[in-house]
Design a protein around this ligand. Structure first.
Ligand code: FAD
Length: 546
């Protein structure tokens, strides 16, 4: 049983041509086209029913880790099937703090390697996907007598900036800071240090990576759960999976060269079926969303909570202000929604009041909240915040499991996992490890579709080459109720992105459910318009909508 982490030095494996044809001659690449349309899913499930599909790689879990692995496997010509028992990004990957960051606090706790890799990946993603992964300015306000002071903080940032080969850090004087952050606590305020990391829309990141995987022939199915592992009789090696279609209840089997368990916080469920020791310590983190007008921050403020000195972020996201995260043992994990508790809400409001007393943010300001479960790999530390954040890989009877890690380092995690998986594959066509995650697509021209440069950049980042289908010709590019999301995005996602349930559309293809009061479904006008999109694009009846 091997445990490893982020070293990506893949062994030399001979380069061989792998065809996309499966044993029965059905082309993966043919099935891959249009697979997220209803008839496309039908073709894939038909092939499964007839036993016409075998895979080189089956990836279990449609979060960022599974998506990254599918993307890297498919580009190497491996027949790749990814299955997710809920919706894509339903797990932790739509519930993170949405920061693509080096993790200053990991560096402060001595985890230099995680920070170095993360900073490199951050810079890379900002270059590759502007509009999806963008620079965000962070701010640490300094108060007389408070740790860390500006000098020490600057020293930490010197190293952080050196990793990136950039100089982002700068000191901001007291008056300038007060102007930039209305309502901030001013007693003993000396000024602040501004530095830089990046922010994303986590579920759109997962979806874009999945689109890239599918473009290279991967088959990616949501609402398709793995119920059991198939093992070879004599060796007990895992050679396939038993699947259950969550929409129709139909069962399938799928044989594979290698099975990869990328189920994050749920990783022990499948490992447990093989009798493996449990490794995951599920830790819940919750965030709250408030209207931007109530606390119009321009930076992501890092605030040490007065109760326990844990860093909390108060930051702008999607034209709202977000506050989070908490970090608590979740006491196990189930296949159901997790939610914020009253104590967590009070904890987040307290830190907001502490840093921004002039804003007086109260419970009634909260539009929404989200909670996610972090797959920490347990070392037995007393406090979940003290557990390491890098990923681990285990191998049990040929099942490769990966858990832990970060959104930010998904590409490195994928390469590390495939290195472990390669010994089970007849062919592992190694490519260079510097290829871009996102295939370059033509940059929009200023003024295209009558949109501002900011809007075009966002569309480019969220949809890549598909942006012309999203926003072109007849599309309604007006914004939905004070969000940055356009009606055309909602419609395009409903039509093209394997939407099965309303929450797929409102919580993960778009984030309207988090950004609009009452999930966007109470205000009559927006609710009616969303209903019209669902009925037209998804063929839902009025009673289904109700
Ligand atoms: P998941 O996204 O949870 O995906 C696993 C999937 O497997 C789930 O969708 C689940 O439904 C599916 N699954 C489970 N069992 C089965 C089965 N039997 N069959 C099929 N599918 C199955 N990282 C950062 O880089 N930046 C941040 O700002 C950041 N903030 C965070 C804040 C919080 C509160 C939390 C909790 C985490 C944060 N992280 C952050 C970490 C990051 O979000 C996670 O490391 C990452 O999302 C994990 O992705 P994953 O794909 O491994 O797991």
């Amino acid at each position: 049983m091997a445990v490893s982490h982020q070293d990506v030095s893949l062994q030399d494996v001979s380069l061989q041509d792998v065809s996309h044809q499966d044993v029965c001659g059905q082309a993966y690449s043919e099935l891959a086209v249009g697979q997220w349309l209803p008839e496309g899913r039908g073709k894939v499930t038909d092939a499964l029913r007839k036993g016409e599909l075998t895979a080189d790689v089956v990836v279990i879990g449609g979060g960022i880790t599974g998506a990254g692995i599918a993307r890297e496997a498919a580009r190497r010509g491996l027949k790749t099937v990814l299955v997710e028992r809920q919706d894509f990004a339903w797990g932790t990957s739509s519930r993170s703090s949405k920061m693509v960051h080096g993790g200053l606090r990991y560096m402060a706790s001595g985890d230099i390697k995680t920070t170095l890799h993360s900073v490199h990946e951050r810079e890379r993603l900002m270059r590759e996907a502007p509009g999806l992964v963008d620079r965000m300015d962070y701010m640490m306000a300094h108060y007389r007598g408070q740790f860390p002071g500006p000098l020490l903080f600057n020293l930490l940032l010197f190293v952080y900036d050196t990793f990136a080969g950039k100089r982002y850090r700068k000191f901001v004087y007291r008056d300038e800071l007060i102007k930039a952050a209305p309502g901030i606590k001013t007693d003993s305020l000396m000024g602040g240090t501004c530095f830089s990391d990046a922010v994303t829309d986590d579920s759109r990141l997962v979806l874009r990576v999945l689109h890239e995987a599918m473009a290279d022939g991967a088959l990616c199915l949501n609402y398709m759960g793995v119920q059991g592992l198939i093992q070879e009789h004599e060796t007990e090696r895992v050679t396939g999976v038993n699947l259950c279609d969550g929409l129709r209840g139909e069962a399938f089997t799928l044989q594979a060269g290698v099975v990869i368990n990328a189920t994050g916080a749920w990783a022990d469920e499948l490992r447990g079926q093989l009798g493996a020791e449990h490794k995951i310590r599920p830790a819940r983190g919750s965030h709250i969303v408030i209207p931007r007008e109530r606390l119009p921050v321009k930076h992501s403020f890092t605030v040490l909570h007065p109760d326990d000195q844990r860093p909390i972020f108060i930051y702008p996201w999607e034209s709202r202000t977000v506050i989070g995260t908490t970090d608590l043992d979740n006491g196990g994990i189930r296949n159901t929604e997790v939610g914020i508790t009253a104590e967590e809400l009070a904890y987040l409001l307290k830190v907001t009041q502490y840093q921004f007393p002039g804003a007086n943010v109260v419970r009634g300001d909260v539009i929404s909240s989200w909670a996610g479960v972090r797959p920490l790999v347990s070392s037995g530390a007393k406090n979940p915040s003290k557990e390491k954040r890098d990923h681990s890989i285990w191998e049990d009877n040929g099942l490769i499991s990966v858990s832990g890690g970060k959104l930010t380092t998904f590409r490195l995690i994928a390469l590390d996992v495939l290195q472990h998986a390669s010994k089970y594959l007849n062919h592992y066509p190694q490519q260079t490890f510097d290829e871009t995650v996102f295939n370059p697509s033509p940059l929009p021209t200023s003024g295209d579709y009558g949109l501002s440069d900011e809007q075009l950049k966002r569309l480019y980042g969220f949809y890549g080459a598909a942006m012309k289908d999203v926003a072109g010709s007849e599309a309604d590019n007006t914004l939905i109720n004070g969000t940055l999301t356009m009606w055309s995005e909602l419609r395009w996602a409903a039509r093209n992105e394997a939407v099965m349930h309303l929450d797929d559309l409102l919580l993960r293809r778009t984030r309207l459910g988090l950004l609009l009061a009452d999930g966007g479904l109470v205000d009559d006008e927006s609710s009616e318009a969303i209903s019209a999109v669902c009925c037209q694009e998804l063929g839902w009846s009025e009673s289904r909508w109700q």
